[in-house]
Ligand binder design. Structure first.
Ligand code: CP
Length: 312
């Protein structure tokens, strides 16, 4: 196998279609391996250590990375809450912490509240840094698992019509996913957000430069029959500086069962999770609801990334 060309995974733009195909086929192998009677990859990373350094809360990203490393035979250094329980609480800089962790781990998975933090850590790190979400910046591994889910359920990514709904301004998952979708042919993206959290201009400019069709809409009901995928997101209270803007945005777009029934029968509903009220539990048993499988796919994608970064 040729060496994996990335030293760090910081932003979605680092991936081209060939690299995405390699990550997805490796994730397919990991998924098959987990179901095999004789596992081939169970010891693939034996002797390697992953540090998970999370300065912000997480359920899916942190535990799926830790599960991925454990299922590949590697070991894990972790802290419940790096903001409070690491020496960041005593004023240590992120770059100093990164240099120190370089001595203890072979790879660092990092979530931080500031956009650009993963890049700053990578600049001083001799071991791979994986950005597990940097403030309102990016969440590239989420975008990889999102795209993998689209490919898996819709049979491909070219020609996909997707609605991104909710907090598009501060939503790092939709930002990273938009960058990846722009690699594919004839993708159409509908942005549906309250005015106070509309998609940012940098993403729209990027899509224009990559000839990806996008539209801004206010009426979710109108768009639902025209898309293959509805990607709902939470209005993230913790990112709003002006509380009144959060009040203005919250509860505006809710995908009820009645609304979901306007979608084509073979369309899919996705959400990076956690959710609050934007998808009521009544939608969970709709066959189009794929958000729990989407979260599970994170395990296969993160196994693939760890394997590719550490063993090739
Ligand atoms: N989707 C996602 O990043 O979830 P967590 O915040 O639980 O990691």
């Amino acid at each position: 196998m040729a060496g994996f060309p990335l030293n760090h995974v910081i932003e979605a733009q680092q991936f081209d279609r060939a690299l995405l195909a390699e990550v997805f086929s490796t994730a397919d192998q990991m998924r098959a391996d987990l179901n095999a009677a004789q596992r081939v990859y169970a010891d693939a990373l034996r002797g390697r250590i992953m540090a998970s350094l999370f300065y912000e809360p997480s359920t899916r990203t942190r535990f799926s990375f830790e599960s991925a490393m454990a299922r590949l035979g590697g070991r894990i250094l972790t802290t419940e809450n790096a903001k409070e329980f690491s020496s960041a609480a005593k004023g240590e800089s992120l770059t100093d912490s990164t240099r120190i962790m370089n001595g203890y781990a072979d790879i660092i998975v990092m979530r931080h509240h500031e956009a650009g933090s993963a890049q700053a850590a990578a600049a001083v790190s001799e071991v791979p840094i994986i950005n597990a979400g940097d403030g309102a910046g990016q969440h590239p591994t989420q975008a990889l698992l999102d795209l993998y889910t689209i490919r898996d359920t819709l049979g491909g990514i070219d020609n996909v019509r997707i609605a991104m709904v909710g907090d598009l301004k501060y939503g790092r998952t939709v930002r990273s996913l938009a960058y990846l979708l722009a690699k594919y042919d004839k993708v159409t993206i509908h942005f549906i957000a309250p005015a106070v959290c509309a998609m940012m201009e940098d993403i729209k400019d990027y899509l224009d430069r990559h000839h990806t069709e996008w539209h801004e809409e206010g009426d979710l009901t109108k768009v639902l029959p025209e898309v293959d995928c509805v990607y709902m997101t939470r209005i993230q209270r913790e990112r709003f500086i002006v509380p009144e803007e959060y009040d203005e945005a919250v509860g505006k777009y809710i995908l009820t069962r009645e609304k979901a029934n306007r979608m084509p029968k073979d369309a899919i509903i996705m959400h990076p999770l956690p959710r609050v009220d934007e998808i009521p539990p009544e939608v969970d048993d709709d066959p189009r609801a794929h958000y729990f499988q989407q979260a599970k796919n994170g395990l296969f994608i993160r196994m693939a990334l760890l394997y590719l970064l550490l063993s090739t």
